[in-house]
Design a protein around this ligand. Structure first.
Ligand SMILES: Cc1cc2nc3c(=O)[nH]c(=O)nc-3n(C[C@H](O)[C@H](O)[C@H](O)COP(=O)(O)O)c2cc1C
Length: 368
């Protein structure tokens, strides 16, 4: 069972190219971590290379001990960051992470439609239930996994109802008649559910009619059931190829059972340390490795999905393209989320791996 081409390609906007000791290298751009610099350069390159999505995982809790020596889990608020990066790009779609466990749907919907306005509709979202963050929010975490994904389902419904509460065509701006918004088309939602009570409408109009493309990240049975019923994409951690094939077929079965055959695409995280030669790539990977790596392998899957838990290629751009083609052939993926491990890997995945994938017919060639 192979994936149908073209692949969905996502560029990971977590600054994984600063992970381990990579940030200490000259030219890493770490000084501008919070000011756009290296991240803007990377997303511009990803946009030009034809990546479909700029995907931003997020963590809502930070460990100061880890942050003392590793900046790769720090960063801007994903929606605010996307609003700024939109100006540097023309095609790529921004996919910030939203926590259905801690966020309020009204606030999330307002931020997403604001991003729609500022990007001309180049928006999707990644819904998570978050492993961390309990110390930072008033709302208590729903105790069991089923409950968390039930909350997430209601969360998504409310956000979409709010987007529809103020559609773009409700704005008529008729100077003659003195009518700005058609009150027939801007309506309260008066939602009262298990988790949320929201009146609406939103004060900001949405741009795209219909639902926003939805990613899901979370591998629990309830998380996968949610994905099968609602998500367009599932972000997976799949270091093992056979397990990846099994997970994708399980998801496809669940989606078919939910009446959505073929509607859910599996995007596997892909950690990349690339160089012109294998020897240089191995050398670079050795230089990047941080004191946290050993400990992190043993950790449960942390919120920003550390690259070590992903499918990983340390090698040349040809090695990366071959590994991706192999996974496609095996029926393990419908796409991938690239997490480059250093600035050289950012450049090589954009300038070399993407054209190699286009040459193999796995992605459309980048438009001029
Ligand atoms: C591949 C993957 C990526 C994830 N990314 C994030 C993330 O960026 N931020 C976050 O808060 N949680 C993230 N999670 C956590 C899940 O949303 C979820 O909380 C977790 O899988 C377990 O909780 P559950 O029992 O509610 O499913 C991720 C999980 C997986 C498997």
């Amino acid at each position: 069972m192979t994936a149908s081409a073209p692949l969905t390609t996502a560029f990971g906007l977590a600054p994984t190219w600063l992970r381990g000791h990579a940030w200490r290298r000259p030219g890493s751009g770490v000084e501008e971590l919070f000011a756009g610099g290296a991240v803007a350069d990377a997303v511009r390159a990803a946009d030009a290379a034809g990546f479909d999505l700029a995907f931003r995982p997020d963590a809502l809790a930070v460990d100061p001990v880890r942050a003392a020596t590793a900046p790769d889990r720090l960063g801007l608020d994903p929606v605010v960051q996307a609003a700024s990066l939109a100006a540097a790009t023309t095609r790529i779609r921004f996919v910030p992470t939203v926590s259905a466990t801690f966020a309020e749907p009204f606030d999330a919907a307002r931020r997403l439609v604001s991003l729609e306005q500022l990007t001309g509709g180049r928006v999707g979202w990644n819904i998570v239930t978050s492993l961390d963050g309990d110390g930072n929010f008033h709302t208590p975490r729903t105790a069991d996994s089923e409950g968390r994904w039930r909350r997430a389902a209601e969360f998504v419904d409310v956000v979409e109802a709010l987007r529809a509460s103020f559609p773009a065509d409700a704005v008529v701006a008729d100077r003659e008649a003195g009518v700005f918004v058609d009150p027939e088309r801007m309506r309260p939602i008066d939602h009262e559910g298990e988790f949320f009570r929201v009146a609406g409408p939103l004060p900001t109009p949405s741009v795209q009619p219909g639902r926003l493309p939805l990613l899901q990240a979370g591998a629990s049975p309830a998380g996968l059931a949610f994905a099968a019923e609602r998500a367009d994409y599932v972000f997976t951690a799949a270091p093992d190829a056979d397990a990846a094939v099994a997970e994708r077929s399980r998801l496809r079965e669940l989606a078919t059972a939910a009446g959505r055959a073929g509607a859910v695409r599996v995007l596997a995280g892909l950690s990349l340390v690339l160089a012109e030669s294998r020897r240089d790539a191995v050398e670079a990977a050795r230089g990047i490795r941080s004191p946290f790596d050993g400990a992190r392998r043993r950790e449960r899957l942390a919120s920003a999905a550390p690259p070590e838990l992903h499918w990983s290629v340390v090698g040349t751009p040809d090695d990366a393209a071959a590994s991706i083609a192999e996974r496609v052939e095996a029926g393990a993926i419908d796409g991938f989320v690239a997490f480059p491990g250093d600035t050289t890997s950012v450049r090589l995945v954009c300038e070399r791996v993407m054209p190699l994938l286009a040459a193999r017919g796995l992605v459309a060639p980048a438009a001029d």
